[in-house]
Design a protein around this ligand. Sequence first.
Ligand code: OSB
Ligand code: MG
Length: 373
Amino acid sequence: MRPFEVELRRAALRLVRPFRTSRGAETDKHVLLLQWRTEGPHGPVSGWAECGADPEPTYYPEYIDTVTRALVDVLVPMAREVAAADGPFLPRLRTALDDVPGMPLAKAALESAALDAELRAAGMPLSTYLGGHRDRIPVGVSVGIADSIDDLLDWVGGYLEDGYHRVKLKVRPGWDVEPVRAVREAFGDALPLQVDANQAYRTSDIPHLLTFERFGLLLIEQPFPADDLLAHARLAADLRTPVCLDESITSLGSAAAAIALRATDAINIKPARVGGYLTARSIHDLAAAHGIPCFCGGMLETGVGRAMNLALAGLPNFTLPGDISATSRYFAQDITQSFELVDSCLVPPTGPGSGADVDLDAVEEVTSTRITC
Ligand code: OSB
Ligand code: MG
């Protein structure tokens, strides 16, 4: 393996509208970007990745500062040792990362940057490497908690005009039955609609959640705390609407446990949350073997993460529309080419690696701090 260096940048991009969930609100997307620089067969190559961590531990225990420390102190030095030894780099990096407990967000970011660099050097698209085969990815839109029902209906109406065919509403106790009913009344029973609670309910809310049956939802995502697989299993046993896990699935092992416990009828696979694209593919394969449909989740990614997610979402068991919306749903100006909706689908880029064309000037403009390691 060739020598490499990794540049970590903290950056912030203004969101076109604030995004509020049961766990908090954000007006800007704060992101840790990784650039993996090495020498390819035809000159210098850069692999790019973004980390799913937030500035605070909002959805996951890791946050941008802990990920930065983990990369600088532990994971990048470890990758350098792996690179110095003989043999194919990526599989050995995977094994080395698996030996370190926890920290899936930090590992995902590092492995993704290395993967992008290797594939760009080899001239191979990530979708080919992962085995994806679709050139159109059906996608939906995730709609935050609004100040009023009127605002929510305006937003949803706008997204339907934009061409989205599947809507996910963020819910929490006190913002659930009313908004879902209002959206059903305004836009009809045929609209593919699902909800995401981001862990806001407790086992004692099961009777309340059972009343959601009447809304004919595609699924109900992560109603209970991430480690409470049993609560999800109890709900799933009594609800015909599929229960879908997001934050609970942090590894192949947790996916296997959730499936064995019948705690999940569908899985939101976020590569950034499960330790990277290779593990995401393993979870996809496991779910497929058990007849559990998946969708590719998102965390308001920039074009860097979005391009990679589109490559993954081409795998055959991503049968539910992904949380991968067009650029204009997130940012007025992204740091890559923009992604546009075509018949409720996004088109994965076809270039080598992720296919993201990173605009270095745009990256400079949003960067606040950087570290090279
Ligand atoms: O729970 O799926 C989630 C965004 C940030 C953090 C968690 C979640 C989300 C979304 C947005 O729902 C999906 C997207 O990127 O469009
Ligand atoms: Mg979710």
